[in-house]
Ligand binder design. Sequence first.
Ligand code: HEM
Length: 524
Amino acid sequence: MSFLFGSRSKHLPPGPPGVPIIGNLKQIPSNEQWVWFHNISKKYGDVNTLHVLNTTLIVLNSQEAIDALFNKKADQYSNKPSRWMANWSNLIWTAPFMPQGPDYEYVRKMFHDEIGQQVVGKYNKDYETSSRSFMQTLMQNLHSPDLTQVIDDSIGHVFLKVSTGYEPKPTDTILKQLNDLAHFAADVLADKFQVFDLLPPLRWLPTWTPVIGPMLELGAKWKKQLDATADETVKLAQEGKDAGNNSVMYDITLGKKSVDMRTKMIGATMNAGGMLATESATLTFLLAMAKSPEIQRRAQAEVDGLTEGKRLPTMADRPRLPFVDAVLSEVLRWVSIAPVITREATKDDVYNGHLIPKGATLMANNWAISRDEKLFPDPEAFKPERWLDASGTKLRDDLLDPMQFAFGFGHHTCPGRYLADALLFSHYAHILTVFDVALPPVAEKAQLDADAKMKVKSNGAACRVEEVYVQLAPRSAAATELINQATTSVPAPAPTAETASPSANGPASPVPNGAPNAKSNAAH
Ligand code: HEM
């Protein structure tokens, strides 16, 4: 009877009809689902129901709907759909997978205390050092076929430094371990192992079973390795402390004399949570600068106005670089790094007269917010000026800030958002000071023109532009000198014979990312 009364007497939100048993399974594209979701909302309204086998999916395609449920009813919409692989591999001990409860609240508090808005400025020097190291690496790798790897290394450095106080050496394996972990966690979050949730008996198959066996082995490998990696970060925190550096990990573990599963995972979680996203935002920036030379010139002019090309930018310059800040906001809007964010309905609810049934998977279509013409007219265009007020010198405060959508919602909102914001700002300001970013020469540009539409590819749960063919050239001999002489406590890896530029000031060549031989792309 309860089905007939109360919330259950309401209808599910409208959506395209499916077929028996599999529902809408075949209609949902495997690539860029968020575009398809957005398109169906034009016909059925901003909240839609889809069925896939025995799962009910409710897709939220507007900021209003996402805000009403994920933010305003955060207590009710903070559970993630359960994923067996997260339990099996121990990822359940990291924030993106932890169930709500005291352990999760404790971990969030640690993040807030250590990298929250009020305190994240204490790492300003680390962002600057990391940017300088990144510039040196780019300078030495102008011909690198693998820009993502170069970016990963640089970002890995800063995370490890902030999380453990330890300065990684080029021979350390910890950065690779953390990078691999970031990719594995992103795959679990993107439901690449969902088959074990849909068909539980598969969990007991022997490991020699084709396709399924390697997945089981991968989970088992991480069960051991995650623990070992977390222990390693605690050890590094002690080394960092011995070298005179405080760190997040030291403060929350050894400093408090309490190393437990919740806290020792934080260093690993910082990388897993932040690495792919920050890499994505760096690649998008490079592509946007290459495609929009006038915007790049304006941003460079703003930085030059402060530094006169005689010094590198610092975090203290930020208040006087509003256009660079506008570029950062536009990067975060233009390519949604996490286009779809999922939750599970923990009880029946009603939204705008429609039933949201307990157990349904809710999908917040973040990309739909970024393409909402009411909020962002001409949404496909990269227009940093949309973030500035009429004077062009101040960020608008009447526009939905990327902090309110690009970094997620409710209790799970990205705890690394202030760190990401600071690090990306520092990277962008440095790139603008030192390099000209351009599209490659004519022959390769023809290929780009043939495929003018920007494509986004999924790197597990984090997305990024599929191909970033750009060329970097030092802006001047003085810019090269600034970078060569910059002090970075992190040694830049030595260039190899293949990657070394013939001359730091010589002609730059394209730095293709996403090329078939690119290491970090091959696996995904
Ligand atoms: C441009 C950079 C970044 C973007 C766009 C981004 C975006 C996101 C998004 C969308 C989520 C999911 C939120 C939700 O479920 O509602 C998330 C979660 C998370 N992010 Fe970030 N992130 C970035 C950088 C970072 C950095 C630098 C760190 C670490 C220092 C970090 C750590 C985390 C963690 C630990 C979570 C899981 C939080 C939880 O579920 O409670 N992220 N991020």
